[in-house]
Design a protein around this ligand. Structure first.
Ligand code: BGC
Length: 354
């Protein structure tokens, strides 16, 4: 195991120090993670010839993350994706959330977990560098009930996997849906759009949305639609197809339901292959859903790392999660967390090249 390096990233607007932690392995894979929002800032991966590139979109400076509106690389909480009208009812109690996406609450509200300074601790598990991040979200933060104690552990394994273990407890009934919001471009950040990446999603169903990108409640088959990625297809091959769901979202921005047998087992939800570099990303998860987002809202207004301007569809996300707006859909897998229960989810990003 190589030692983890730690260096000052910068001081936050509130005057607190944020650090950058470097997790690296013997294959040259390197992840720089900051305890500001838990963001994966850089991710260096070899291509099929061993050449390294940084495959995540992001910023060179902490200030970039403090003003970011695209959620580059960060931990999303308390609730990934949208909650309609910023409102839900739990055991007869109506909770009103901060609304930051029209009438909806998106990715935890105005100041989500991606904008909080987490407490970092270097730990190691099974000989692999690991970074533990903890955050105590106070009762009523952004409208969510309960003091929530959240823990996220990033581990880089010798098999070129970046593993993310999420856990949490609460002291009041609440809802929770944690994810990571990395935007990948396996050719390298800033190296053009992601339309030529090949994608497989091992899911026969998805949750269709309305014009506000809120699930209608239907669980729909992908069969015969451009959302069918059961066989590898490039992102660009059908993205402009005459399909109502693609039109509503301006591309891919939907929650797929990975096929699974057990409730809790890690399953291979998706695979992405970038033909030029040969880099491959496989996503394994314990979660019931994955948001495949093709970066439709990137519009060239963000200047990111090394001066790169991120145009539309310059990155894609695979956000493992519970379904959006679950608290308002009793038929969806429950996102409720009660006192005494232990929230636990795991996602593994496995990287290779061929
Ligand atoms: C959502 C998009 C949203 C993006 C954040 C994704 O998780 O599905 O609709 O625009 O995050 O910018």
């Amino acid at each position: 195991m190589k030692a983890m390096k730690k260096r000052l990233f910068a001081t936050t607007c509130e005057g607190e120090d944020a650090f950058l932690y470097t997790l690296s392995n013997q294959n040259g894979v390197q992840a720089d993670i900051t305890n500001y929002g838990g963001a994966i800032v850089n991710l260096l991966l070899p291509d099929r010839a061993g050449k390294l590139a940084d495959v995540v979109l992001g910023y060179d400076t902490l200030a970039g993350y403090e003003t970011d509106k695209a959620y580059f690389g960060g931990i999303i909480g308390r609730f990934a994706n949208r909650i309609a009208h910023g409102r839900f009812t739990l055991h007869g109690v109506t909770c009103t959330l901060s609304r930051n996406n029209g009438d909806n609450s998106l990715h935890g509200g105005a100041i989500g977990f991606n904008k909080r300074l987490w407490t970092a601790k270097e730990i190691s598990s099974n000989g692999a560098p690991a970074l533990e991040l903890t955050y105590l979200s106070p009762d009523a933060e952004e409208g969510y009930p309960g003091n929530l104690s959240a823990r996220v552990v990033y581990t880089l394994t010798p098999q070129n996997e970046l593993k993310i273990d999420y856990s949490a407890t609460t002291d009041k009934n609440t809802v929770l849906n944690l994810t990571n919001h990395s935007y990948f471009n396996l050719a390298g950040q800033g190296e053009g759009d992601i339309l030529g990446h090949g994608v497989t999603i091992h899911a026969r169903h998805f949750t269709p949305v309305n014009a506000n990108l809120i699930p209608t409640g239907e669980i729909r088959s992908v069969k015969g639609t451009p959302l069918d990625f059961s066989r590898m297809a490039t992102i660009g091959s059908r993205i402009s197809a005459d399909d109502q769901q693609l039109k509503l979202a301006g591309g891919y921005d939907h929650n797929w339901i990975p096929d699974r047998e057990g409730d809790r087992a890690l399953v291979l939800a998706a695979e992405v292959h970038e033909p030029g570099s040969g880099r491959v990303l496989e996503v394994f998860t314990s979660q019931p859903g994955v948001q495949f987002y093709s970066g439709n809202f990137l519009d060239g207004t963000i200047r990111g790392k090394q001066g790169n301007v991120y145009q539309r569809r310059y990155g894609f996300c695979l956000e493992t999660q519970h379904y959006p707006d679950s608290p308002n859909h009793p038929d969806f897998p429950s996102t409720e967390l009660q006192p005494g229960q232990h929230y636990r989810e795991t996602t593994v990003f496995r990287f290779s090249a061929r």
